[in-house]
Design a protein around this ligand. Sequence first.
Ligand SMILES: *[C@@H]1O[C@H](CO)[C@@H](O)[C@H](O)[C@H]1NC(C)=O
Length: 825
Amino acid sequence: MVTIVSSFVWILMFRTCYNLCFPAKNDVVTNISSSSQSTVPKNLSNLTQILDLSENNIIGIHMQDFAFFHQLKSLNLSFNKIRNLAAATFRSNQELECLDLSMNELVNIECHFLLSVTSLKYLDISYNNFLSLTLGKAFSFLKDLEYLRLGSRKTIKLQKNDLEPISGKHLQEVSVGLKTLSEYEPGTLQVLRTAKLHIVLPSINYANLLERVMYDAFNISDTLKLSGIDCCQNCSEKLSNIDCCQYCSLITSSRGCCRHCNRYINSFKMLDKFSKVTNLSLQYLTLDWNAFESISEIIWSSMVKNLNIFNVKICQVTPFILGHLETTLKTFAVRQIDVVPFYVNQSVIYHFFDVIKAENLMVCESGMIFMTCPNKGNTYKLIDLSDNSVTSDFLFQDCQTLNSLETLILQQNKLGQLFEVSNMTKYMKTLKHLDVSQNQLILDEIRVCPWTNSLTKLNLSSNRLTDSVFTCLPSNVEVLDVQKNDIFSVPKMLNNLNMLKELYLGTNKLANLPDCSKFINLEILFVEANAFHEPSSSFLQSCQRLTVLNAASNPFTCTCNLRDFSRMKENTHIEMIGWPKSYRCAYPDNLKGTLLEDIHLSEVTCSTTLLLVIVLGSMIALTIVIGLMCHFLDLPWYLRMIWQWTQMKRRTMKTDSHQLSENLVYHAFVSYSQHDSSWVKEQLLPNLEEKGSPLRICLHERNFIPGKGIIENIINCIDKSYKSIFVLSPNFIQSEWCHYELYFAQHQVLNEQSDNLILIVLEPIPQYLIPSKYYKLKSLMAKKTYLEWPSDKNKQRLFWANLQATIGINLTAPSEEFFCVNTDQ
Ligand SMILES: *[C@@H]1O[C@H](CO)[C@@H](O)[C@H](O)[C@H]1NC(C)=O
């Protein structure tokens, strides 16, 4: 593991310098690159920290152009047409750390403008029109300088003292473009103190230049990158527009076209056991196979440990058989080899890889379709064949010599059968990590797969595997990546994977969280971007060891079933990756897009039992309360009274006073038994005549008109009254009712349907007390349309209010005659 990481880090090493100039998280960035500006725009935010003005047509910079950017940290002016920069240009930019002026037309390398930005860490002035590389004194004041890029498009000479201003400065990386170099004084580059050195090699036009430059380059730092090895340059004057490599590949007569290869081979001979370089990187090479092997051979016999070759064009392939060499090489990495001739004897190329004796072999992005099983003495711990066209049929099948291989990376190839991949590992007794992601792997039939037992990390992501993959897994696997496949579920019937600690199942079609019963030691589970709506809650019981879960971006249905899941973050110690932002409801429609975190489904809405208990409980409680109220507070009585009162009110409202007979003088006529006269006088009259809006009551004994008979008087009274009130009690029934029966018989105004009758029951009257001949009374009583006189003082107020509401209407003023009689009392 450590070896892979370190080799990858080494590959990326030359890019790190750029990071310094990349915006950090909260930086204010203004990007006006590629927008045809001919001057620096005026209205830019003066808070800008990162300013990109690259790829415009800026010719001149004015003194004031950057005067307001006090916080400017990084300025990119590359790919413009700047010819000159005044000394005071960056006077206000004390924070400036990164300055890119590459690809401009600067002529003067004195660079006086550097005097005001002495805190620069990164400076790129490569590819300008400098006439020499004699650095100005200003460079010596750049006290924080770490990265420097130099170079010119014009023909230049490099002489002792040219680099004097930066001699002795400890830099991280220096890059010097020497393609146009015409003269070189040996030792000039050796004044540099830098961890990494990059040199764009001079062309082969001048004698001895290449050898001298390379000799110095090999003795400056332990990390060196050389660009621009081109054996085929100037291949034909007539065909200057044709790619020389392409042209030479068509020439059948071997050698002769890429005729400068020997110059390069001889220059590489400057690399010997005493050179400083241990990490060597070569990029952009155009050469024939013979030279490629020769140069490799020279490097293997030197002290170089890591050789990294990027972008190679092989113009001609001629058989050249390398012998086995003793070497200190650890890593041999090639990316992008392009073998240009169409017909090539492949065995020549495979033989080359066969003799390499390194721990790490990487051949990537090179269209390889095959790799032979290396010979017995190989020492490979890591083989990386990423991004080629390797198929599973023959690759390392029955290969018994990879005896120290720990890591095999076959990412992005054309592997097809998972069974064959497992079969390939059969003899790799030390293989721990296999990456076959981004292939076309399938598993046709379910059969036992002969994986090596040593395999602990298996990456099967981005293939076409289905649920059956779980039957074909190495038994000791600890980390399994099967994301981006076609898995619908994790079958329950599989062998125990007790060692499995990390399982990556993202971007599949899972309908539920997997059950951990077959991998009880699982600690990390990724199931993001699958298809589950309501993850089962039993999941947590089976995955007891889980510490990290990523279930983001699933189409969650936010109903009660999701409650346990959405509370997992609160209720467990499991770290939920992507929580809360990537956990949203997809259904129901009204909750679409809502964060799971914001959905609060209460205990009550989600538990049917609880809901039943609560509903039943409250019903029982209500019944008890109503019962108690009926018992202690006589609730039904109040309800009845209120009902009657509202009915009365409604009726009185409806009664249009115009319809009332104009003869009406009294609100009510009251009839009662002599036995009840005390109640009438002490209760009824005071309450109706004196309280509230006074009502006029007709008592036949009080409002008696002399000279008329009793019956005539009573009928007269009834006629002139809006309502007739009968105060009922057993006494009344027994003594008086018969009289009234008589009045009623004579006076048709009163009948059963009449609204005008109000019965007040003073004391309860048992049915049997009412003689059967009084059927009218019986039916009135049966209809319960009477008012009961309550003995409870509290209820009496309601009683009176009710009675008043019944009879209280607006009456026109009585005529003199009756008024007089009324006040007679
Ligand atoms: C598996 O490989 C893919 C690239 O193909 C990578 O992104 C992923 O991180 C790898 N998985 C693990 C667990 O390393």
